[in-house]
Design a protein around this ligand. Structure first.
Ligand code: NAD
Ligand code: DAU
Length: 332
């Protein structure tokens, strides 16, 4: 049994990870989460108290972080400001959490010689043309576009430097777009599902031709556990499930699964600097560590996700109006 410190464990992917760890291992989880607008304590409801502890706090709070790290066998670092649209509106919290917060954790794991796994994104690699046969690999050069992705790229580089300069025992994973339960309604898929549930038409940025490479959050969790258990120190692993789809086809599928006409959406103002396409080649993770995704059927995973939002209105409703007001101001 290991003691895992999971930062950002009240957010979308971190809470999915906590549920996954409880279901599939005997590890103990301590969640450290600031509970920003994106964190929700209710995402951890139902988890046994003897397996999951919760601490509200900031990853940039060095004394708090040091105390918690000293008691952990490994840190799994999910906490971040995660939304591109917010980073275009107010970049500052992205620097504070993604850069200074990651630095604070790295100093603590360095001091206490604790294993560290850093959760990152495929967005550090920039974007691809729609017809480019190449996908991102671990050797693709960094070329981030947004304030969000540039701070994630910066945090990755800090981790690499702490491995090389100080011998910190760290690994990094860069994953593609996640979907599943507990995702904030600001993000694309839950925004459109909850729009339809509220009688609002889904909103597609630009022409809706941008492509994202979708993976179920539970598959992300199993990949992270695999890297924690078998990954080589200092290595980066790309996580993806061969799930490329353009945004328009995702909205059309949501509309069909929810019994609406497939053209019942609006095209709205595009995102500034909008990355065109992401695509992950996860050969290294699959061949070296033997990982495979379980959610091969996107339509089934999306239908389950729609059911989850239908059944959990009390979880998402408190954020919905403020989120839509934010978008409305920008014509989105
Ligand atoms: P999220 O916004 O849903 O959750 C982030 C969590 O971090 C929230 O609970 C928030 O309260 C917490 N947090 C923010 N600032 C904090 C701070 N200073 N101290 C402590 N806690 C803080 O994000 P997510 O979508 O779950 O993403 C989690 C991680 O996965 C991020 O590092 C993100 O870059 C990465 N990632 C996300 C995706 C995706 O599709 N969502 C894909 C690849 C990688
Ligand atoms: O690729 C991994 C990244 O995926 C993570 O690092 C980020 O944390 C995560 O937020 C996500 O970033 P995206 O910007 O791709 O996700 P988002 O859900 O914001 O948007 C997905 C696509 O949908 C993108 O092309 C923008 C578009 N979009 C988004 C919204 C909210 C719309 O067309 N309409 C919308 O209303």
């Amino acid at each position: 049994m290991a003691r895992l410190l999971v930062t950002g464990g009240a957010g979308f992917i971190g809470s999915n990870f906590a549920h996954h760890v409880v279901a599939h291992t005997d590890h103990h989880v301590t969640v450290l989460d600031k509970l920003t607008y994106a964190g929700n304590r209710a995402s951890l409801d139902g988890l046994p108290e003897d397996r999951v502890a919760f601490v509200q706090g900031d990853i940039a709070d060095a004394p708090l972080v040091e105390d918690l790290v000293a008691d952990a066998d490994a840190v799994v670092h999910y906490a971040a400001e995660s939304h591109n649209d917010n980073s275009l509106h107010d970049p500052r919290p992205f620097l504070d959490t993604n850069i200074v917060g990651t630095y604070t954790l790295l100093e603590a794991v360095r001091k206490h010689d604790v294993r560290f796994h850093h959760i990152s994104t495929d967005e550090v690699y920039g974007d691809l043309e729609l017809d480019d046969p190449q996908r991102f690999t671990e050797s693709t050069p960094y070329n981030p576009s947004s304030p969000y992705s540039s701070t994630k790229a910066g945090s990755d580089l800090l981790v690499r430097a702490w491995v090389r300069s100080f011998g910190v025992r760290a690994t990094i994973s860069n994953c593609s777009n996640n979907y599943g339960p507990y995702q904030h309604v600001e993000k694309f898929i839950p925004r459109q599902i909850t729009n339809v549930l509220r009688g609002i038409r889904p909103k597609l940025y630009g022409a809706g031709r941008n492509v994202r490479d979708w993976i179920h959050a539970d598959d992300h969790s199993s990949a992270v556990l695999t890297i924690l258990e078998k990954g080589r120190i200092g290595e980066t692993y790309l996580i993806g499930a061969d799930g490329e789809r353009d945004n328009r086809s995702v909205v059309e599928l949501i509309l069909r699964l929810m019994g609406q006409p497939q053209d019942a959406y609006d095209l709205v103002t595009d995102r500034a600097g909008h990355d065109l396409r992401y695509a992950i080649d996860s050969t290294k993770l699959r061949t070296e560590l033997g990982w495979t995704p379980r959610y091969a059927d996107f339509e089934k995973g999306l239908a389950d996700t729609i059911d989850w939002y239908r059944e959990h209105e009390a979880w998402w409703a408190p954020s919905k109006d403020a989120t839509e007001a934010f978008y409305a101001e920008k014509g989105q």
